[in-house]
Design a protein around this ligand. Structure first.
Ligand code: NAD
Ligand code: IPM
Ligand code: MN
Length: 343
């Protein structure tokens, strides 16, 4: 029986994760779930956002499902105890260097986008975000008196392994990769661009590769999203551009993610703990449910079940849009609609 470790986390994390588990149970009856306090909740329980007991469970799991972490009550904690530090340690411990963030406007749901319907129609972008390098992990880093610094750092092998993921993904899609960087200013980006290009030329000449600068790419992603298939980028650029892209389908509450490495996968919505709406029963659980679909696909190889979940979510978004999308459905109502559409 596949072992799924669930880390509900903080804020709306537990609300949306509960919905995702119900959906998983409905489509796959043989999954075994175990839940652990993580993030702010982990700090409250163990004094550590990512306690050794949780790490052991995660490393023995077939897949990990995470809600979201963080919140204003944890902001004053020393850095290592903060929920965000726990999340970075989790990703590092699992070795999940490839963060896949699909951004899709489902057919028939163009009206949920603030873009004109003809611009929103057919949007289907896959972000391949490097997750274990760049400014998030680079040393040295410090705040010393009136000076603070972080280090953006990548090695050629790190760029090669994430570029490979992007090229492989493109082969199963529309065969185009856009690598996004800041090569007009940063040495790290020069190395990034050369490494991606060299790997392309030696091993993926059948894939179309182009390079764009991150500032103008940000503009083009919202003004002409159909030009993109796979977007390959580093950690921080990927964080920012993927939240920006949530505008395309209409809400941050719609975007799932899968973080993959050589072992078990980590699945989480791209949104945070949304303290402003936590506890109100109005969080959109679609991103969490779609993350569960990615878990079925990438960690368990259950493509049929994954596709069934995605189509049920798409139908529920049509019949029961949530508040973030201008509708009235709450978390439970939306979940009920998904379960009903699953039949
Ligand atoms: P956020 O993503 O939590 O919220 C941004 C806005 O989007 C808010 O208005 C929120 O209400 C809305 N929103 C987000 N998810 C939604 C959903 N499912 N349904 C409806 N509306 C939704 O970003 P933030 O407010 O900048 O961050 C809050 C906390 O979350 C911070 O502590 C941050 O560090 C943390 N965070 C965690 C993760 C994660 O766990 N992976 C990701 C991003 C932010
Ligand atoms: C995300 C979040 C995290 C990140 C934070 C909470 C560390 O914003 O998953 O997108 O920046 O990766
Ligand atoms: Mn983010």
């Amino acid at each position: 029986m596949p072992q799924i470790v669930v880390l509900p986390g903080d804020g709306i994390g537990p609300e949306v994760t509960r919905a995702a588990i119900e959906v998983l149970q409905k489509v796959s009856s043989d999954l075994e779930f175990s839940e652990y306090a993580f993030g702010g909740a982990g700090f409250e329980k163990y004094g550590d956002p990512f306690a050794p007991e949780v790490e052991a469970a995660v490393l023995g799991a077939d897949a990990v499902l995470l809600g979201a972490i963080g919140g204003p009550q944890f902001e004053g904690l020393p850095k290592p105890q903060r929920p965000e530090a726990g999340l970075l340690r989790l990703r590092k411990a699992m070795g999940v260097y490839a963060n896949l963030r699909p951004v899709k406007v489902f057919p028939g749901l163009e009206h949920l986008s603030p873009l004109r319907p003809e611009k929103a129609a057919g949007v289907d972008i896959l972000f391949v975000r490097e997750l274990l390098g760049g400014l998030y992990f680079g040393q040295p880093r410090a705040w010393e008196g009136d000076m603070a610094y972080n280090t953006m750092r990548y090695t050629t092998p790190e760029v090669q392994r994430i570029s490979k993921v992007a090229f492989e993904a493109a082969r199963g899609r529309r065969n185009r990769v856009t690598s996004v960087d800041k090569a007009n200013v940063l040495e790290v980006s020069e190395l990034w661009r050369k490494t991606a290009q060299d790997l392309h030329d030696s091993s993926y000449p059948d894939v179309t590769l182009n390079h764009e600068l991150v500032d103008s790419a940000a503009m083009l992603i919202v003004s002409d999203p159909s030009r993109y298939d796979v977007i390959l980028t580093e950690n921080l650029f990927g964080d920012i551009l993927s939240d920006l892209s949530a505008v395309l389908p209409g809400s941050l509450g719609l975007l799932p993610s899968a973080s993959l490495g050589d072992g078990a996968g980590l699945y989480e919505p791209i949104h945070g703990s949304a303290p402003d709406i936590a506890g109100k029963g109005i969080a959109n659980p679609a991103a969490a449910i779609l993350s569960a679909a990615m878990l079925l696909r990438h960690s368990l190889g259950r493509e049929n079940e994954a596709a069934r979940v995605e189509s049920a979510v798409s139908l529920a978004l049509k019949s029961h849009p949530t508040r973030d999308l201008g509708g009235t459905a709450g978390t439970q109502e939306f979940l009920d609609a998904v379960l009903e559409h699953l039949g």
